[in-house]
Ligand binder design. Structure first.
Ligand code: AMP
Length: 283
């Protein structure tokens, strides 16, 4: 694996690869890598000749300074995990000045409304930060294909919109959610959970599975009430939101329109750790 801190050196290597008609896959991350991230890298390596992985904790997407400060920084073990894959990887680990220049600031985007749903309501400015960094990274790497996890499903749809609106020309590919044995969606934040809370947090996925069973039998309002009640009765977890939404518009829907595809989304706190998860309901 080659490691680049400077974009110019990375770009020189990518140009060399492209001269030989290699397709370039790209997996952007914020580090603290786990098997979920590695599943994206493996999928990228299956369909691309070379894969660029970036590790950059993007300051402009954090609405909460404490969350940014607490974000795990584990570059040495991240490198070891990537090396262990024995794939053709290029790791890009720029600092903020290398990526943003002098102004570390988010641009403002119009994502057609999906930015105002769910995460957008609770994390002000988050998707402008995500859009800014992904646009910048796409412009530097110019990948053929980029891989994002369905774990952050709303983010995946935001990136599809960004790609379309800004004519970035990247094939954006969504990858399935990788889970711990208990069903808890893998996340860099899981390491901050106590052993007990980590066990309890599997409740989020258990609820999503039950929602999937209920979907089509009960209406969305009934299901929502049921979920809220289940969380109220749970001693350790606090629900921030539950939504059933159209997978394209991400708007909450109360009809089971046969033509649309729907997903259920949860954000919940386990102690002070915020966790998100989602599931496809009718597809
Ligand atoms: P992050 O480092 O958290 O910004 O995540 C980088 C990429 O990994 C994003 O596209 C995430 O959606 C994806 N990702 C994170 N956790 C998982 C998971 N458990 N399964 C699949 N993809 C994931």
């Amino acid at each position: 694996m080659q490691i680049f801190r400077e974009k110019a050196l990375l770009q020189r290597e990518i140009s060399r690869l492209k001269l030989n008609k290699n397709t370039i896959g790209f997996v952007p991350t914020m580090g603290a890598l786990h098997q979920g991230h590695l599943s994206l890298v493996r999928q990228a390596a299956e369909v691309c000749d070379a894969v660029v992985v970036s590790i950059f904790i993007n300051p402009t997407q954090f609405d909460n300074l404490k969350d940014l400060e607490n974000y795990p920084r584990t570059l040495d073990s991240d490198i070891a995990l990537l090396e262990d894959l024995h794939l053709d990887l290029l790791l890009f680990t720029p600092n903020a000045a290398e990526l943003y220049g002098e102004e570390i600031q988010a641009m403002h985007f119009d994502f057609g409304g999906i930015e105002h749903e769910m995460e957008g309501k609770y994390r002000t400015g988050h998707f402008n930060g995500v859009g800014t960094v992904v646009k910048r990274l796409f412009e530097i790497v110019v990948p053929n294909k980029a891989f994002f996890g369905e774990k952050d499903f709303q983010q995946l749809q935001i990136i599809r919109k960004l790609n379309e609106k800004e004519n970035l020309g990247v094939d954006v590919i969504g990858c399935p959610i990788d889970r711990e044995d208990t069903g808890l969606a893998r996340s860099s934040r899981n390491d901050r959970l106590s052993a007990n809370l980590r066990k309890e947090a599997a409740f989020i996925y258990q609820i999503l599975l039950k929602v999937k069973e209920k979907f089509g039998i009960e209406n969305a309002d009934e299901i929502k009430l049921w979920v809220e009640n289940e969380f109220e009765n749970h001693a350790e977890l606090n629900l921030e939101y539950f939504e059933i939404a159209d997978s394209k518009t991400l708007r909450s829907e109360n009809n089971n329109d046969q033509k649309s595809t729907f997903r259920a989304f949860i954000a919940a706190y386990a102690g002070d750790v915020r966790l998100i998860d989602n599931i496809a309901l009718n597809y």
